[in-house]
Design a protein around this ligand. Structure first.
Ligand code: NOJ
Length: 553
């Protein structure tokens, strides 16, 4: 591998940070986060080592699904600023070496979008066929939000027909079979690329291309994704599509575009995320190890996006009922901590009772697994949730900058904020950026170190996962290798300290296992045997360094 490959295929070793402008920093003082506030915090993000921002929807919206209900794909919601403010952020981010990707939400629009208003007003509207209409309710499809909706078909009095909506009824699905809709999607993509974005987090990809009925004789719908990818590539050589595709492994392969790798550049690894929680609940490394081993091979320019938390419910839908129950019991036993019958509305630190050893161990694991880590704002300081907030908003509380009122997020009255600030032990008095920045022992300092080491070890983004044989079921021992570089990572999921015997294969005399996260060197003999100790919930990143190696120790 040439070192320039890591900049050409930048997304394979990126550190992505997801934030919602609305909840990040309110600079204008009206209670709502804004682009002017984000611009002020680009330096902070650069200091943490973030290389790519993922901005959640910031487009004009009635805000009935936190901005995932859009009325204008070409603008900025006035509450958050102007297009000019967006460009200021782009400019500042670029100067600090940070790319920006934005949410592309084109499975549906808001029902207040002018296209839908026109579509429902007359069968002759040029936008009528931009949505999916039926005289009778169509196929009964699985509900994404079973707490709020009873069907994916809703009768519209004005249109006198039923329309399809895979999400809330106020989010009518666009009809991607219509070439005009596909042209419009391309135009939206082209618009934001011209403003400098480096790609898109693509919302709800399977729904975007799904056939309404499996029986329908439809052409290969993946062609839409291939077309979109090709268009993107023509407009920008560095832009990526990061897909939200929470499907089984065999289906995921198709969304990468199989061997050709010509659809999504990246997919979130929802399966590994879910199995990670099962591993944590059981204190058994097997579920997460199996999930990584089970990843299908992907093309050179494709990549897995790894994460432990996102902005939605922490979905456990790919676990069996019994497994899900185990995770619920371990990390969210109260019904109010659960949502949609399939997920949790808590953040990691509260689920782990704030235990710093365990929290760090999980992030160490995240950064040491092959893939590109994606952080959700506030994870770097260990923010918790506020269960008083409705549904998924529990984990979308204002960013905690300082110990002062509103956590330094805004000067406005608390009633003006987009949602309540976290209270109690994980509230801003105890968890905030300002105090952690000054504390070398803080989670923030630790995360900054992890990011730095991850970036220095491109094998973590490029290499192959290998499970290392050792006798302790609570320990995940793995190696990631690429070219002559390798990392051996050990994670103890249990509270008992242990010694891990490892066999790493023949190595040059005098090779050491050098700790990358702290000071330390373990000897390794010529047959590659080593014994490594781990604290309870301990972890180590070890780099085999031979006397002739030029890698940094
Ligand atoms: C997936 C997004 O992650 C979620 O937050 C949203 O509600 C749905 N798509 C609908 O856009």
């Amino acid at each position: 591998m040439r070192i320039t490959d890591t900049s050409d295929l930048w997304w394979r070793t990126a550190v992505i940070y997801c934030l919602d402008v609305e909840t990040f920093l309110d600079w204008g003082g009206d209670g709502t986060g804004d682009f002017a506030g984000l611009a002020q915090r680009i330096d902070y993000l650069a200091e943490v080592g973030v290389t790519c921002l993922w901005l959640m929807p910031f487009y004009p919206t009635p805000d009935r699904d936190d901005g995932y209900d859009i009325v204008d794909f070409y603008g900025v919601d006035p509450r958050l600023g102007t297009l000019g403010d967006f460009v200021e952020v782009m400019r500042t981010a670029r100067d600090r070496g940070m790319r920006v990707i934005v949410d592309l939400v084109v499975n549906h629009t808001s029902d207040r979008h002018p296209w839908f208003r026109s579509a429902r007003s007359s069968p002759n509207s040029r936008y009528r066929d931009w949505y999916v209409w039926r005289d009778e309710p169509g196929e009964d499809m699985e509900l994404v939000f079973p707490d709020k909706e009873e069907s994916v078909w809703t009768y519209d009095e004005r249109a006198r027909q039923y329309y399809l909506h895979r999400f809330y009824r106020h989010q009518p699905d666009l009809n991607v079979e219509n070439p005009d809709v596909r042209d419009e999607i391309a135009k939206i993509v082209g618009f934001w690329l011209e403003l400098g974005v480096s790609g898109f987090r693509v919302d709800a990809v399977p729904f975007l291309i799904e056939a309404e009925s499996a029986a329908q004789d439809v052409p290969d719908r993946h062609e839409h994704l291939r077309d979109l990818r090709a268009f993107l590539g023509r407009r920008s050589g560095e832009a990526i599509l990061l897909g939200e595709v929470n499907l089984e492994r065999d289906e995921q392969v198709r969304f990468f575009g199989g061997d050709a790798g010509d659809e999504m550049h990246m997919l979130f690894d929802f399966i590994a995320m879910q199995r990670l929680y099962l591993s944590l609940a059981r204190q058994d490394a097997a579920p997460i190890a199996e999930a990584i081993l089970d990843r299908p091979p992907i093309a050179r320019a494709s990549q897995w996006a790894t994460f432990v938390r996102n902005h939605d419910e922490l979905t456990l839908d790919k676990l069996s009922d019994e497994e899900r129950q185990e995770v619920f019991e371990a990390f969210g036993p109260d019904p109010e901590m659960q949502v949609f019958g399939r997920g949790l509305r808590r953040r990691l630190p509260t689920m782990l009772d704030g235990d710093p050893r365990r929290i760090r161990m999980v992030y160490s694991l995240l950064f040491s697994l092959p893939g590109t880590p994606v952080l959700f704002y506030g994870e770097e300081i260990g923010m918790g949730e506020n269960l008083e907030a409705e549904g998924r908003y529990a984990v979308r509380t204002p960013m905690q900058w300082t110990a002062s009122r509103n956590g330094g997020f805004s000067d406005a009255a608390p009633s003006k904020l987009p949602g309540p600030v976290v209270e109690g032990g994980f509230g801003p008095e105890h968890v905030n950026v300002e105090s952690q920045r000054r504390d070398p022992a803080s989670l923030l300092s630790f995360m900054t170190l992890l990011v730095q080491r991850y970036r220095e070890c491109p094998e973590l983004g490029w290499g192959d996962f290998e499970l290392l044989d050792q006798p302790n079921p609570a320990v995940l021992a793995h190696r990631v290798r690429w070219d002559d570089a390798a990392i051996v990572a050990l994670h103890n999921l249990a509270p008992e300290p242990c010694t891990v015997p490892l066999t790493l294969g023949p190595c040059e005399a005098g090779t050491d296992l050098v700790d990358l996260l702290c000071d330390g060197v373990s000897p390794i003999d010529e047959r590659g045997h080593a014994e490594v100790t781990l604290e309870g919930f301990g972890f180590r990143w070890l780099r085999p360094v031979s006397p002739t190696s030029r890698r940094l120790r």
